[in-house]
Design a protein around this ligand. Structure first.
Ligand code: UD1
Ligand code: CA
Length: 461
């Protein structure tokens, strides 16, 4: 059986946050979620997450995911450290299992690397293997100390390293693979005689070497994969690496991204081929975008479904759906639960909220459509307001197919405009408009000839 033990109990003091470190987001997903997914996708059958600081929050976040939690006791009376954290999982480990240790704050690791690393460990029949990398700046990482023959002697923490060890650029990724039997043996032997007074999992290698166990070192080419997050600056670095990966994968699958540097696509977003994404665009959450769309510039789309051949410019779309062939924006705002049919036009400064609008309808400029059911081929003129709120309660409006709502009209809900109902510009509609009616609800125009003459206004100029 392949097991992973994912360490996520640390406090993350350097983040200076109330949120547990592993719950910080990178491109719309928590760090821990990336690690869990990478582990599962590497065919590791059992995944145990060690929680401690903020443990309930972490557990709650993953309550629907098939993983085991073990809680590391936290407090002055308890020991601390990565070694102590792994000890919490000891009951799950049998002698024959392969145990992969992963860190919840190392989110860039891929399932491909975990798989290759596991195979390397197994094929060479090592008892313990560490994944390492060469980095330009090893500050903060444990260093890999080798003997003259190149065999690993020990892993020394930055804080415990002497001057020579400090210069070593081969670092410990914090990712290891062990034979269950030897890991259990070594965990019983480690102590906390070090600069931090912690139980270090890294000491397992010294213990295994003394027991003449077979120890492997697996050097990774792409050191960004093992980048650990301890601070907000490191979080931003991971965000960038992940953003590049996500954008690249969309481009490989047939999406044009004009400027990947300024395009932010969440890790769960799906985009169809030949869609073009312009700069300044944020695509978030469970957003799905169809084919042949033009998205952006400067557009935010969150948890929404967009059909094919839709174009959206400088607009914000939240928790809504837009069917094929619609033109949205610039400067439109679809607030949650708005559902647009096919070939609609929602233009400048139009806000839609909690409404459905049928095929081929238009609201070209400066309108508010709130709490409405609008049919097909409806024309909503400039400046139309769906007056949905009486100060206490929201009410719905129903506008049936082929209706025409003249500019600057108010529709005071609840109100119904039947099929082919026409509303004259500037009307305030409070009662049902019948099928095929024209409703005019404004004061009649009065023309007073010679009025200016009479007032003698011209002589003042
Ligand atoms: C650790 C390694 C270091 C390695 C680096 C890679 C040790 C002693 N050091 O250092 O060699 O180069 O990772 O990123 O292992 N955790 C617990 N319980 C604890 C302590 C920590 O679950 O009691 C978890 C943390 O939540 C974190 C992970 O273990 O996810 C690593 O802990 P951290 O304190 O960040 O270790 P580093 O100092 O980065
Ligand atoms: Ca760390």
């Amino acid at each position: 059986m392949n097991i992973s033990v994912i360490l996520a109990a640390g406090e993350g003091t350097r983040m200076k946050s109330r949120v547990p470190k592993v719950l910080h987001n990178i491109n719309g997903k928590t760090m821990l979620q990336y690690v869990i997914e990478a582990s599962k996708n590497a065919s590791i059958e059992k995944n145990i997450v060690i929680v401690g600081h903020g443990g309930n929050e972490v557990k709650n976040e993953f309550k629907d995911v098939d993983i085991e939690f073990k809680t590391q006791p936290i407090g002055e009376e308890f020991p601390y450290g990565t070694g102590y954290a792994v000890m919490q999982a000891i009951d799950y480990i049998d002698d024959e299992s392969n145990v992969m240790i992963l860190y919840g704050d190392t989110p860039l690791i891929t399932s491909k690397t975990i798989k290759e690393f596991m195979n390397y460990h197994r094929e060479n029949e090592y008892d313990g293997t560490v994944l390492t990398a060469y980095v330009e700046n090893p500050t903060g990482y444990g260093r890999i100390v080798r003997d003259e023959e190149g065999k690993i002697l020990k892993i020394v923490e930055h804080k415990d390293a002497n001057e020579n060890e400090m210069k070593i650029k081969e670092i410990n990724s914090g990712i290891y693979c062990f034979k269950g039997k030897y890991l259990k043996y070594a965990l019983n032997e480690i102590d906390n005689n070090n600069a931090q007074g912690e139980y270090y999992i890294t000491d397992v290698f010294t213990i295994l070497r003394e027991k003449n166990c077979k120890i492997g070192v697996c050097l990774i080419d792409d050191s960004t994969e093992i980048y650990g997050v301890n601070s907000r600056a490191q979080l931003a670095f991971c965000e960038k690496v992940m953003r590049d990966r996500i954008n690249k994968s969309h481009m490989e699958r047939g999406v044009t991204i004009i400027n990947p540097e300024s395009t932010y696509i969440g890790s769960k977003v799906k985009i169809g081929i030949d869609t073009i994404v312009y700069p300044g665009t944020f695509l978030k959450g469970n957003t799905v975008i169809g084919q042949d769309c033009i998205i952006g510039e400067n557009t935010i789309i969150e948890d929404s479904q967009i059909g094919n051949k839709v174009d959206i410019h400088s607009s914000t779309i939240e928790k809504s759906s837009i069917d094929d062939g619609c033109h949205i924006g610039p400067y439109a705002h679809l607030r949650p639960n708005s559902h647009l049919g096919k070939n609609l036009k929602i233009g400048n400064f139009v806000e839609v909220k909690n409404s459905t609008i049928g095929n081929n309808s238009k609201a070209g400029h400066l309108a508010y459509v709130g709490d409405a059911d609008v049919g097909e081929n409806v024309n909503i003129g400039c400046g139309v307001v769906f007056v949905n709120y009486d100060g206490r309660t929201k009410h719905r409006s129903v506008i049936e197919d082929n209706a025409f709502i003249g500019s600057n009209s108010n529709l005071v809900a609840p109100v119904v405009v039947k099929e082919w109902g026409y509303i004259a510009a500037g009307s305030t509609i409070t009662e049902e408009v019948g099928e095929g009616y024209l409703s005019i609800a404004r004061a009649r125009q009065v023309n007073k000839s010679g009025w200016v003459e009479k007032k003698n206004y011209k002589k003042d100029k």
